[in-house]
Design a protein around this ligand. Structure first.
Ligand code: ATP
Ligand code: MG
Length: 392
């Protein structure tokens, strides 16, 4: 699949953008702070239904958006094997952006997100998985060395793109978890009875078992891809290993996982009431990333962590292609500047096989990586994107 056109309104520093894009390697070049990452953020938003950069979705609303309420839109036409898809995300402001007199340090408006697929309103869960993309950026190294939540998110974003049932189970799990935690606190305060927990335990175990079983299965496939990818990038024999660290039972069987989770919840009830939060389940699990038995986040050099992060992203692309039967769009946000020539070339060779690669760089055109040349190059400046004629 590939993005055939992209249309933005009041999206970050893009007041209005309408571009058509070819297949192949498409380069966006420009100085710092011109809108390169914002562009890829918009494309990725249409794939996974949310931003990976914005803590608050209102941050994506253009600062000078004047409408009242401000309105932000990202839209794309995506060509797939099955035909054309039109994807649209609207962020409709609930409050004025600036000059609201509140003197707030965070001027982002609160927004409501609305999604359409082929013009038909859908839930966010109806958007995710329609258009697949993989985003590489400088913060990927956090998946290796950062908090467990980032590794859970890596798995959750990937699985949500391949399996709509996974995303539904995840959303249900998160709602049930919040309700159960609230009930635990009420029980602690003597305002509810333990009996009421049984319903939530059953629900949590049911959804949780599906999440863990899916993650375990995916990790086996991911490791087969990321393992040798890492060895190749590193230039050695040692492969990357992934291991699921479960807070609950360890099993490949969903029914065993469900029963095991139920039992763990019942066993830990007293402690959980005292703490006012649920201690076992996929929301607490982690993924251990090792090479030769040593944890990369602890012992790996900075370069090794970066290569491992790259291997995981490249594996994500292959995994999506295998499971969806169609290649995702690869989004490379200024990652080549951090790699040496050999690694940069290996990454370009690995991604050049995809139907479309959108790559940002601060380097000046013309650009080429051996035989790999862009099908189009655009200059990004002050929230405008213009094709560079004569530069492939
Ligand atoms: P770099 O090479 O430094 O990574 P970039 O071209 O990727 O630069 P972006 O991250 O896309 O830059 O940001 C471009 C500009 O958009 C920045 O100056 C940023 O401050 C600005 N910006 C961010 N959010 C908004 C917003 N909501 N409204 C308007 N402008 C914004
Ligand atoms: Mg950037």
């Amino acid at each position: 699949m590939y993005v055939a056109s992209l249309h933005l309104r009041n999206f970050r520093n893009y007041q209005r953008l309408d571009i058509t894009l070819p297949q192949g390697l498409v380069v966006f070049t420009g100085a710092n702070a011109q809108g390169k990452s914002n562009l890829l953020e918009a494309v990725y938003l249409l794939a996974i239904g949310r931003s990976t950069r914005a803590g608050n979705e209102g941050e994506m609303v253009g600062w000078w958006a004047s409408g009242s309420p401000p309105h932000t839109q990202a839209m794309a036409a995506v060509a797939t094997c099955q035909g054309s898809l039109q994807l649209q995300v609207d962020l409709v402001g609930q409050a004025q952006v600036a000059g609201d007199g509140s003197g707030s340090a965070n001027p982002s408006p609160s927004v409501q997100k609305r999604v359409r697929v082929n013009g038909v309103p859908r839930l966010v869960s109806g958007l995710v998985g329609q258009f697949n993309a993989v985003l590489f950026d400088a913060s990927d190294i956090q998946v290796i060395e950062g908090a467990p939540a980032l590794r859970r998110r890596y798995l959750d974003v990937l699985l949500s793109q391949v399996d709509p049932a996974y995303l539904r189970a995840l959303l249900r799990y998160q709602r049930v978890l919040a309700q159960r935690n609230q009930l635990l606190r009420l029980i602690r305060e003597g305002r509810a009875r333990g009996l009421e927990l049984e319903f939530w335990d059953g629900e949590l175990a049911q959804q949780g078992a599906y999440l863990v079983a899916s993650r375990l299965q995916a990790m086996a496939g991911l490791m087969q891809l990321a393992g040798p990818m890492y060895a190749r990038l590193k230039g050695g024999e040692e492969q990357l290993q992934l291991e699921y660290l479960a807070t609950g039972p360890q099993s490949q069987e969903q029914e065993e996982l469900r029963q095991g989770l139920m039992e763990a919840l019942v066993r830990g009830r007293q402690r959980e009431v005292a703490l006012g939060s649920t201690q076992v389940g996929p929301h607490r699990d982690d993924m251990r990333i090792t090479v030769a038995g040593r944890e990369l986040g602890v012992f790996g050099s900075r370069g090794e962590r970066r290569l491992a992060a790259l291997a995981l992203r490249l594996a994500e692309g292959e995994f999506l292609a295998q499971r969806r039967g169609e290649q995702p769009v690869m989004l490379l946000d200024d990652i080549l500047s951090e790699l040496d020539q050999v690694r940069g070339m290996q990454v370009m060779e690995a991604v050049a096989r995809y139907q479309q690669v959108l790559l940002t760089t601060t380097e000046a055109p013309p650009l080429a990586w051996g035989a790999i040349t862009p099908t189009a190059t655009f200059r990004v400046a002050h929230g405008t994107v213009t094709p560079l004629p004569g530069v492939p």
